[in-house]
Design a protein around this ligand. Structure first.
Ligand SMILES: Nc1ccn([C@@H]2O[C@H](COP(=O)(O)O)[C@@H](O)[C@H]2O)c(=O)n1
Ligand SMILES: C[C@@]1(CO)OP(=O)(O)OP(=O)(O)OC[C@H]1O
Length: 158
């Protein structure tokens, strides 16, 4: 039995916060605004996992009105979501992600991000793909107002 899920998230740039994408701290002049650490990529992966098992979204599981998630490490949120996936008896086939950012250049960090996601999903790095694209200076990402991320997850139950 296969199940597929997709996730999409956006966070706005702000001064004075660290930039954390895919669980990796990326040296940059701005960070992302959010109730949690605003890890836009791990949020998209978590939503894709929740979508695949028909379990809603991260806002339902980790409300942004709950102070326990203030500045939360999104890696811990994704670990919790992965626990729900495992509880339903699924394992990862593969996950494919896209970071949509005019800047910073993500290429130097992609391997580390893949390894982190593989670790969080208790899978091999060969099951994880992470891409980045600009939007050719168009739209809110092109104006460097924020970063968006998308993820598609395929799960399998033997
Ligand atoms: N933030 C980004 C955006 C893109 N890349 C890499 O550059 C390639 C070309 O991007 P285009 O938007 O011009 O297609 C892209 O395929 C990525 O490899 C990046 O590292 N960081
Ligand atoms: C992760 C949560 C919870 O801290 O907060 P944010 O960091 O604001 O992220 P978002 O993607 O807007 O939605 C889920 C939230 O409930």
């Amino acid at each position: 039995m296969f199940r597929i899920g997709q996730g999409f998230d956006v966070h706005q740039f702000v001064e004075g916060r660290p930039l954390i994408i895919g669980g990796i701290r990326i040296p940059y002049e701005k960070g992302l605004l959010g109730h949690s650490d605003a890890d836009v990529l791990l949020h998209a992966v978590a939503d894709a996992c929740l979508g695949a098992i028909g379990a809603g979204d991260i806002g339902k599981h980790f409300p942004d009105t709950d102070s326990q998630y203030k500045n939360a490490d999104s890696a811990l949120l994704l670990q919790h979501v992965w626990g729900l996936v495992k509880k339903q008896g699924y394992e990862l086939v593969n996950v494919d992600c896209t970071i949509i950012a005019q800047r910073p250049k993500m290429a130097p960090y992609i391997e580390n991000i893949k390894e982190k996601i593989a670790q969080l999903l208790e899978s091999d790095v060969s099951q994880v793909n992470v891409k980045a694209t600009t939007t050719e200076r168009l739209g809110f990402t092109g104006r460097e107002e924020g970063i968006a991320a998308q993820a598609v997850v395929l799960l399998q139950k033997q």
